[in-house]
Design a protein around this ligand. Structure first.
Ligand SMILES: *Cc1c(COP(=O)(O)O)cnc(C)c1O
Length: 443
């Protein structure tokens, strides 16, 4: 299997090369040259996500130097649970229509959000690729909150790899701050006196500084990396197989989306032949996707801050992969739908969650649930796949306690992996928003 740039099909690379490069030199994103072909029965006898992940990803690593390590890489990535939880409690209108709704819980990893899975796979790959090299790789990440924590947790104590995380000082939630600053050893975290855009600019300047980039052996781990995207296909495959075996029907998926990496993985899984019905994006007030689907004209927007802040993206990078797959908007409209959810609806959905669904939702998952309710207003019986929907739950509600607790009027218990963070020391330091300041701090 080879990977090509969305901007140049002649630029063909192996999986490992695409993973280390991150972004193609021509500015394009790497995409697989073709997709494996699977049917539901190819997974007969395979039930654990690690086994399904291995089978699904094997064609994508075929011929690569990491191919033989794939079973161990999958074991390392899924050192925690992925759960598909059928919801028994439903708003009355849905219950009456005989609807099925399940939550795909992707928040049982070290930072309690779905990014742990992609980051874990990437770390497992990179640590093997750089094994025995004379110089450590340095993964440089700018984060507005969630990504940096997931990358730091995944790469901590991995041999021959260093991580440098830049976050805007004072602009992340207290829990996110803990997840960023509690690392010692090979992870260095810097609070930057500035905003997220300053952090991103410093990363761009670092990659443009040839001498320093080579000296530091810099690489990136941001969400456009194909090594974060492909492993995300595996939980869609597992969830659809589990649902199909339980109910005899392939489910539709609702995916809370921002930069579109999670959605892209679902679409890729369906392209591979995994039994998946409809793919619906739940988006917040940021409108690039709905605007494109409505008008056929793509443009980026200024980012609007919302309660679901990990989805606050005005110009999603993975749009380029989506348009590469289906350049024609007419075709795209047959392949995906998007439902917009405003902040008032997010709040109302969180508030009603315990009563209506018997669940406490974080603001991102609440977007998905709100979309589910909106779909229920359409005729369930006429819906594709008989109204069987899986809502992807991208984060644990305790991660967003300051939003969730006032709405539901009680405390949310911290899962163990977040609770143990609170006792950890803070290893971070603060720097000015310049590359020189970063260089000085690291020398
Ligand atoms: C990153 C993130 C999203 C959005 O995922 P994309 O792949 O960027 O579309 C949704 N929810 C949570 C909790 C996230 O951290």
């Amino acid at each position: 299997m080879k990977y090509i740039s969305t901007r140049n099909p002649d630029h063909r690379l192996s999986f490992s090369e695409a993973l280390i490069n991150g972004l193609a030199a021509d500015g394009g994103l790497y995409v697989p040259e073709h997709f494996g072909r699977f049917g539901a029965h190819d997974f007969d006898g395979r039930n654990h996500i690690r086994q399904i992940a291995h089978d699904l990803l094997a064609p994508f690593l075929e011929g690569d130097r990491l191919a033989d390590s794939l079973p161990q890489i999958c074991d390392e990535t899924f050192g925690f649970d992925v759960k598909l939880v059928g919801l028994e409690t439903m708003p009355p209108a849905l219950a009456k229509a005989g609807a099925q709704t399940a939550l795909l819980e992707l928040f049982h990893g070290p930072t309690a959000a779905f990014k742990d899975i992609g980051a874990g796979f990437l770390a497992a790959c990179m640590s093997r690729l750089n094994k025995g090299a004379d110089k450590p790789l340095t993964v440089l990440v700018a984060t507005s909150g969630d990504t940096g924590g997931a990358v730091a947790a995944a790469f901590h104590n991995k041999p021959n790899l260093n991580v440098v995380v830049l976050y805007p000082e004072g602009k992340v939630s207290p829990l996110q701050q803990k997840q960023l600053t509690c690392w010692d050893g090979n992870v260095r975290t810097f609070g930057v006196r500035g905003v997220f855009d300053d952090c991103q600019r410093m990363v761009k300047e670092a990659f443009a500084d040839d001498a320093w980039r080579d000296a530091m052996n810099l690489t990136s781990a941001n969400s456009i990396n194909i090594g974060r995207l492909l492993p995300q296909m595996t939980y869609y495959a597992a969830a659809s197989l589990w649902h199909l075996r339980r109910h005899g029907v392939a489910p539709n998926f609702i995916i809370p989306s921002g930069n579109l990496g999670n959605m892209m993985a679902c679409v890729y899984a369906r392209e591979c032949g995994v039994p998946i019905g409809e793919v619906v994006l739940a988006v917040n007030e940021n409108r690039p996707v709905t605007h494109y689907l409505e008008t056929g004209e793509y443009r980026g927007f200024d980012t609007v801050p919302t309660l679901a802040n990990a989805m606050d993206v005005g110009d999603p990078s993975n749009m380029e992969r989506l348009r590469d797959l289906w350049p024609d908007v007419e075709t795209l409209r047959k392949k995906i739908r998007a439902i917009q959810v405003d902040d008032a609806t997010i709040s109302a959905t969180i508030k009603a969650g315990p009563q209506d669904w018997g669940e406490v939702f974080d603001p991102h998952t609440a977007c998905g649930i709100a979309a589910r309710e909106q779909l229920a207003a359409e005729n369930e019986a006429g819906a594709q796949n008989g109204g069987h929907w899986v809502v992807v739950s991208t984060a644990h509600p305790a991660k967003f306690d300051t939003i969730v607790e006032p709405l539901i009027g009680r405390k949310v218990d911290l899962p163990a992996q977040l609770a143990q963070l609170l006792d950890k020391p803070d290893y971070s330091s603060t720097i000015d928003p310049t590359l020189d300041a970063l260089k000085a701090a690291l020398s």
